[in-house]
Design a protein around this ligand. Sequence first.
Ligand code: PEP
Ligand code: MG
Length: 538
Amino acid sequence: MVKIEGKSVFGGVAIGPIGILKKKEKKVVRSHVDQTEEEIKRYEKASKEAEDQLQALYEKALEEVGEANADIFHVHQLMLSDMDYVESITNMIRMQNVNAEYAIAMTSDNFSTLFEMMDDDYMRARAADVKDVSNRLIHILSGREDDPLQGDVPVILAADDLAPSETVQLDKSKILAFVTRYGSANSHTAILARTMNIPAIIGADFPEDCDGKTAVVDGETGCLYIEPAPEILHQMEEKQQEEQKKQEMLQTLKGKEDVTLGGKKINLYANVGNVSDVMIALKNDASGIGLFRSEFLYLEKDHYPTEEEQFQVYKTVAETMAGKKVIIRTLDIGADKQIGYFDMEPEENPAMGYRAIRICLDREDIFKTQLRALYRASAYGNIAIMYPMIISVEEVRKIKKISAQVRQQLSDAGISFGEVEEGIMIETPAAAIISDLLAEEVDFFSIGTNDLSQYTLAIDRQNPKLDTFFDPHHPAVLRLLQMVADNAHKAGIWVGICGELGADLSLTESFIRMGMDELSVSPAMVLPVRQKIRETNG
Ligand code: PEP
Ligand code: MG
């Protein structure tokens, strides 16, 4: 048995085989082949397999995110069988006696360059699709030792680190737990693990040869046991059963109100990143969605999501929540959430750089497309919109001007939309300090403690080395929370917390005393927080 100590991100026990995720980029090497017809058969077999994979992905996406979003996999299927594409590959194999991987990589480069040079936006966007389809083929051809989720058996997924864009693409039904060597407890990947409600540890330096070996992840202590000794296995199985019992007890809280012993009602909502998370939020009996991180919609795609694509997603969420509040945050990319097709320049300090509302105010086309989709979807449920990374009253006024224009355009076109509450995230010290002024401009505040803590304490949330310096209960942050709550109430608006701190059970009572009206937490934390609220005198 090998015991490796890491840091807990999310509790629970997982037992199963380890699957190491290696990075997707494969270096394609040119090699000489004599048997070109055999090589073409190899390519055709891979193409058939890619076709099957895409069909499976289409069906999964259809169920999870609707037809408009699933269609991309049909586009990829068409591309696979496109005559020009197929002929380019097979000709190259025959004429140049090269291996299939190389012929595909060259064809991919040539075709994507051609697409990128086209005037038409739609055709330009196809460049990314060609690359994607080609990478899929190359992966199949070069073996899939780098994709541990191909098999039927769920695995403990081990990786160096996971970017949010990688995490969203993983088949969650095949993951028992996450173990990473790097990454920080406050990163978006950690947040995703919590949303998925599976054990997760970071900073665990697992050996390369543990791939496929049986292991136990104890998410509570942050320990990974590879080939566990029988007594550890037994102990962990018992712990798993206890967890199970605790979960069963929590289930009895479903349908109960989020009211303190003193009769104060708290709106207990869930944080989600996509439509399937919404189902998890409902399963955990959240009374609403307090933070829909809309950027994951952009991260999952290889092109700017169209108004229609976004509308379908927001409408689905609004309808699924059936009149319960759904607070959708406008695009918050930049920093650790990078998207290739946005073509952003590297920055010295991305966390304090070109991100979130700054991009939206700079690139109004992207912003307006999202706002149109949001307002249109508001006709189908109780949608509220919230803006991230605000630092000034001027920004809020600019946003209000743009959103008024969007509403006017919709009205002029006879397109209906609902009453939409508009709020801002308080996640910069600047916003907290001028929250009295900002409160006059908006309908609500939602405090993003993840960023507010990072900027207040000058502690990069991505840097695991700083975890020991990070005090989530730092009085500076708690004082700002109190100040924001007071300023919100003075102006007669509601205030809540949607950062990870909102789920810190040791602070629930303090938050209620501060006057927080809402707490929005990862779906798995809804019932534990409900339990805490109901035990609080307040
Ligand atoms: C936050 O900063 O607290 C927040 C909720 O936003 P995100 O974690 O997505 O930056
Ligand atoms: Mg934030």
